[in-house]
Design a protein around this ligand. Structure first.
Ligand code: PMT
Length: 414
């Protein structure tokens, strides 16, 4: 269950000098925030508390301010002198935001942008990575709306810290109880230690589907949501890499928040090809996760095609193969990673693509596996190289992205 974060051996003090915004909400676990603050400060971090009105019912701002040596922020204006507390400044100041404990109510508001208190506005303005430690009873935690909200937050690149796992598990096994303070702090340390691992590297990632126009109202497309590609972009950026995320038409709910991710929106395979060919020469690696249409209509009708009684024949021509083209221009020191989405003869087909497209490794996912592939929040992958393979269990796409980026990092140092 543990994905190697909590129990990583961390050398050096990763929290020294780090600025942490600690969000506290109305849960009985709020008393544990004091232990979190004490440990963060002991490790050299600076802590600014932002507390919700309900949070103050469980722990007093005086205690928190004594521990952090800073006034606690709760309202938009200071009651004493009317000073305006800027959530935007806090968003720029912080190296990380940790919300512990995070109640179901706050998690719901964060997922839906309900900015009715200082903590939520701070979260929405946050430029730094955000860590969320849920705290509630099991029924509330297990409710589909809570689970959906947590998955939404995770898809935005936020890190969910669950009891016993360190991060959001693929199955509902956590009990809703907040993770212990020392493990929460260990998650942050682990994050900052990995955060540096891709610093200075540039990664091109493709995500989502492509749309191939038939006429002004119709297209040939596929079911890719972009979730897998966005998870990869977040993971690389979290490790300090600069990411060029070239994505096809995905839902407006698919947003990137990380400042190291630069998003390039395209529609067709041809547009994706052009963006990738111009970006790849200056990249260290590329991960091609997009589901690219192999064919496009030979001509695009200028007017909406009208219904007649006859069969409609649309002639298709092959699109450029982006992966194969990048494989041809790949230079020494560059890494190229591909995906294979298969329905049959999975490994044979993936091995053929690995070779043909000059990938360093290929990530196989099969539509035969429940919970894998298009649109799901989970995926089940096998990583294949020319001389070996590693199978992984079904996991959340954010966790799958960690496995893929770990493999990329191992490959890049060879
Ligand atoms: O977006 P999600 O809903 O999260 O779903 C994720 C996913 C299922 C789309 C993803 O995990 C995945 O499998 N992506 C690759 C899908 C695919 O098109 O596979 P393929 O076997 O057809 O292509 C092989 C490789 O060549 C892929 O890396 C693809 O990006 C690339 N390719 C394919 C065709 C083409 N013209 N140009 C390409 O670069």
């Amino acid at each position: 269950m543990v994905e190697g974060w909590l129990f990583l051996c961390i050398e050096g003090n990763m929290l020294q000098g780090k600025k942490i915004v600690l969000g506290i909400t109305g849960s009985i676990a709020a008393y544990k925030s004091c232990l979190i603050i004490r440990q963060l400060i002991k490790k050299g971090a600076e802590v600014q508390v932002v507390i919700t009105p309900a949070g103050k019912e469980f722990i007093t701002p005086i205690t928190l301010s004594a521990l952090t040596s800073k006034p606690v922020i709760s309202e938009f204006f200071s009651q004493r002198d009317g000073t305006w507390h800027s959530h935007v400044d806090l968003g720029l100041w912080a190296d990380a935001m940790l919300i512990a404990p995070a109640t179901a109510s706050t998690i719901g508001k964060m997922a839906h942008g309900v900015a009715d208190n200082m903590l939520i506005t701070t979260y929405l303005s946050m430029k730094a990575p955000v860590f969320i430690a849920p705290a509630m009873d099991l029924d509330m935690y297990a409710h589909p709306s809570t689970q959906q909200n947590l998955q939404t937050l995770q898809s935005y690149g936020n890190h969910i810290i669950e009891p016993g796992t360190g991060f959001l598990a693929s199955k509902l096994e956590g009990k809703g109880r907040m993770e212990e303070p020392e493990n929460i702090v260990a998650c942050l340390e682990s994050f900052f230690s990995q955060h540096e691992s891709m610093k200075g590297k540039k990664v091109l990632i493709t995500a989502g589907p492509t749309y191939e126009k038939i006429d002004p109202v119709r297209f040939i497309g596929n079911y890719s949501s972009g979730k897998m590609g966005f998870a990869l972009a977040n993971e690389c950026a979290n490790r300090g890499a600069e990411v060029e995320l070239v994505c096809g038409p995905v839902s407006t709910s698919m947003q990137v928040k990380h400042p190291l991710i630069h998003r390039v929106d395209v529609e067709s395979a041809k547009e994706m090809y052009e963006a990738c060919m111009s970006l790849y020469p200056s990249m260290d690696s590329a991960i091609l996760c997009a589901a690219v249409a192999d064919y496009a209509p030979e001509t695009v009708a200028e007017q909406k095609v009208k219904r007649t009684g006859d069969d409609l024949v649309i002639r298709l021509k092959p699109n450029p193969d982006i992966a194969a083209s990048l494989g041809q221009i790949k230079r020494d020191g560059q890494t190229l990673v591909g995906f294979a989405l298969e329905t049959n003869d999975e490994e044979t087909n993936a091995q053929a693509k690995l070779k043909k497209k000059n990938f360093d490794f290929i990530v196989l996912n099969s539509l035969k596996d429940e919970g894998a592939g298009f649109r799901t929040d989970t995926n089940k992958i096998t990583i294949l190289t020319a001389d070996g393979k590693q199978e992984y269990p079904l996991k959340m796409k954010a966790e799958v992205a960690k496995d893929i980026v770990d493999a990329l990092e191992r490959m890049s140092v060879k």
